[in-house]
Design a protein. Structure first.
Length: 319
C-alpha cells in the first residue's frame, strides 16, 4: 500500500469525523431549541361544546399545538389564529414562536390557566391579554417574570358586565358562569416588568379582595393607574402601594365604587430636605412637587369609598 493512498484515506477519515461532529452539534442545538420554554406561550382552556376557538395572541409567527393532536404552522404574522375542536373538554395549547401581543378582545373566553409565557417571544404589550376571561381565577407565581420589555398592561385582567354575544358556531363559555375573573393577585406579579407605564383598568371588575403590599414597587415608570382597581371587592389598600410611582399622571377612577374599602387611603412617608418625616396622600401630591409629579387626572378616584378613614378629608375633586 503506497504512501499516497494512506494519506488520502486519512484525510477522508478526518473529513468524515468533522462532518459527524457538525451534524451532532446541529442536532444537539435543534434538540435544545425544541425543548426550550423561552419562546412558548402555554395555556389551558376548558370548553363545554365543540366549535371554533380563537386564540388570544396577535402578531404571531410560529407553530401552535392545539392539544388535541392537531397543530398549525404560521409562516406569516396572524392575529387570533383559529382551531375547530370536535369535542368539549380541557386542552393545553402551546404556541411556540414570536408574538407582538396577547389580546382577548376578539378571542374566545375559555382560558382557565396560564401555564407559561416565554421571555423570548418578543411580546411588547399585554393590553386586553386576559380581558373577560372569567374562568381565569388564579395565576401562577412568576408568570410575568419574562415580560421585561412590556410597556402596557391596560385592561390585562379587566372584566366587563356587557359581555359581547358569542358568534354562532364559536366555542361557548365553560358551564361555570359564576366566576368573575381573578380572585387573588400573586405577590411580586410585576416585579420584572420595569418598563411599564400603563396599568389602567388592569383589574377592573375582578373579584379580588386584597392587594399585595408592594405590587408596583419596581414599576417606577408607571404613569397611568386610571380605574386600575375600579369595581373590585378590595377591603383595604396597602399604605405604600404607590410609594415608588412618582411619575403618575392619571389616578382617575382608580378605586371607583370599591364599597368594601376600610382603613386609610394610600399614603407615602418620606424624609424631606429638612430631615422631617412627611406623610403624603395621593390627593395632596401636588403639594410635594420635589418628590412627586402632580397628577393631571384624578376625577372619581375614590367615588363611593365611604368606608375609608380619611374619606371626609379627600377633596371633592377626587371623589
Amino acid at each position: 500500500m503506497n504512501k499516497y493512498y494512506d494519506e488520502t484515506k486519512c484525510i477522508h477519515w478526518r473529513i468524515s469525523v468533522f462532518l459527524l461532529y457538525c451534524l451532532t452539534s446541529i442536532y444537539a442545538s435543534a434538540v435544545t431549541l425544541s425543548t426550550s420554554e423561552d419562546d412558548k406561550y402555554v395555556v389551558q382552556i376548558e370548553i363545554s361544546t365543540a366549535g371554533t376557538y380563537r386564540h388570544n395572541i396577535n402578531g404571531f409567527v410560529g407553530n401552535i399545538d392545539w392539544g388535541d393532536g392537531a397543530s398549525s404552522q404560521y409562516m406569516q404574522s396572524v392575529n387570533h389564529p383559529e382551531h375547530i375542536y370536535e369535542s368539549p373538554g380541557k386542552y393545553v395549547i402551546t404556541a411556540k414562536g414570536k408574538a407582538r401581543q396577547l389580546d382577548s378582545n376578539f378571542a374566545s373566553k375559555v382560558i382557565t390557566d396560564v401555564v407559561h409565557i416565554g421571555k423570548d417571544m418578543g411580546i411588547e404589550r399585554m393590553d386586553y391579554a386576559f380581558m373577560n376571561q372569567r374562568n381565569l381565577t388564579t395565576l401562577r407565581k412568576g408568570i410575568f417574570d419574562g415580560l421585561k420589555d412590556v410597556r402596557s398592561f391596560y385592561f390585562v385582567f379587566g372584566i366587563l358586565d356587557n359581555e359581547e354575544v358569542p358568534v354562532p358556531g364559536e366555542v361557548l363559555y365553560t358551564d361555570n358562569t359564576e366566576n368573575q375573573g381573578l380572585t387573588t393577585i400573586p405577590e411580586q406579579l410585576f416585579d420584572h416588568c420595569q418598563k411599564v407605564t400603563d396599568f389602567g383598568c388592569a383589574f377592573f371588575g375582578c373579584k379580588i379582595k386584597t392587594i399585595p403590599n408592594r405590587l408596583f414597587a419596581n414599576n417606577t415608570q408607571a404613569k397611568n393607574f386610571g380605574a386600575t382597581f375600579s369595581n373590585t371587592n378590595i377591603e383595604s389598600i396597602p399604605s405604600g402601594l404607590f410609594d415608588n410611582n412618582q411619575l403618575v399622571e392619571n389616578f382617575s377612577y382608580t378605586f371607583f365604587d370599591c364599597r368594601n374599602l376600610k382603613g386609610p387611603s394610600p399614603f407615602a412617608i418620606y424624609v424631606n430636605h429638612t430631615g422631617k418625616c412627611v406623610q403624603v396622600f395621593m390627593y395632596n401630591r401636588d403639594k410635594h412637587a420635589r418628590y412627586y409629579r402632580k397628577p393631571i387626572m384624578y376625577k372619581n378616584c375614590f367615588t363611593n369609598c365611604f368606608g375609608l378613614e380619611d374619606y371626609t378629608n379627600i377633596p371633592e375633586t377626587w371623589k
